[in-house]
Design a protein around this ligand. Structure first.
Ligand code: GTP
Ligand code: MG
Length: 249
């Protein structure tokens, strides 16, 4: 079976210690992979490192340099815009800090054969989070998920995971201009939009490891903000819920 031409979008902010190791772990996989690194002028020099890696892997790594820290939402939307004109058949969203195990991409590619998008899920049987994760973080992640999927009536288990594999054709049908929220909620909003447009969403179990190197950017404030914004997402797509697929025409 011919391998899917897959491009991985990796947003980076201060991931100099992780990036070289992540690149070699990815290119050692039995998959047809290209990488697009979206770096926001990381003070630790991740951008320069990415350029060097691109030189050593000609045609397989591209780097998008952005002037300053602009958040996850625009990092991914800028990345998608750049990729979707190309010949990628599948597009992956993944963090650079080894929280997402590269080896899982093989299983996710398998499930993508019968799905429009596959989530790397911590909350399906076989999925789990790092035991070393502080209790507040475990609790917040599990509750945040329960909260989001209940309010949005999403028949899924892990709606905040940042590890996803999309069919390029599915992403091309997503009205990105309607997506407003940033950070965590951006991830929830994207999968909610895919659900409202009736795309087939699969969940593949993953083990979410705590960040290997570098400082955590997670905070209680970010989570509280997310809890409030969920209602806005519900309101923003009320038309799609009503009209279902028709709304896309
Ligand atoms: N380009 C870009 N990348 C970002 C930005 N914020 C985070 N990232 C990257 O997005 C990915 C996810 O961010 P993380 O900091 O790992 O978020 P997290 O997993 O919720 O929290 P920690 O791992 O505990 O910090 C990582 O690869 C980050 O380097 C940003 O503003 N711009
Ligand atoms: Mg992380």
């Amino acid at each position: 079976m011919k391998k899917l031409r897959t491009t991985i979008v990796i947003p980076t902010y201060n991931e100099a210690e992780n990036l070289p190791k992540l690149v070699s772990a990815l290119f050692s996989l039995p998959l047809d992979l290209k990488l697009l690194i979206v770096d926001d002028s990381s003070p630790d020099g991740t951008g320069r490192l990415a350029d060097e890696l691109a030189k050593t892997h000609p045609g397989r790594i591209e780097v998008l340099h952005r002037p300053g820290k602009m958040g996850l939402r625009s990092a991914y939307l800028n990345g998608f815009q750049k990729i979707l004109d190309g010949d990628a058949q599948a597009v992956v969203q993944m963090d650079a800090d080894f929280s997402h195990d590269p080896a899982k991409l093989v299983e996710m590619s398998e499930l993508l054969k019968s799905s429009d998008v596959v989530l790397g899920s911590r909350y399906v049987p076989g999925g789990s989070v790092d035991q070393k994760w502080p209790l507040w973080r475990k609790w917040l992640s599990a509750f945040g998920n329960f909260y989001a999927r209940s309010i949005l009536s999403l028949p899924l288990h892990d709606v905040t995971t940042g590890y996803r594999m999309w069919r390029a054709g599915t992403l091309k049908q997503m009205p990105f201009e309607r997506i407003q929220s940033n950070g965590y909620i951006f991830l929830v909003e994207m999968i909610y939009l895919a659900h409202c447009l009736e795309f087939k969403i699969g969940e593949s179990p993953i083990y979410f490891a705590d960040r290997r190197f570098g400082k955590s950017k997670m905070s209680f404030k970010i989570q509280m903000e997310a809890a409030i914004r969920i209602w806005q997402v519900l309101w923003n797509y009320r038309d799609l819920r009503k009209a279902g697929r028709l709304a896309r025409l």
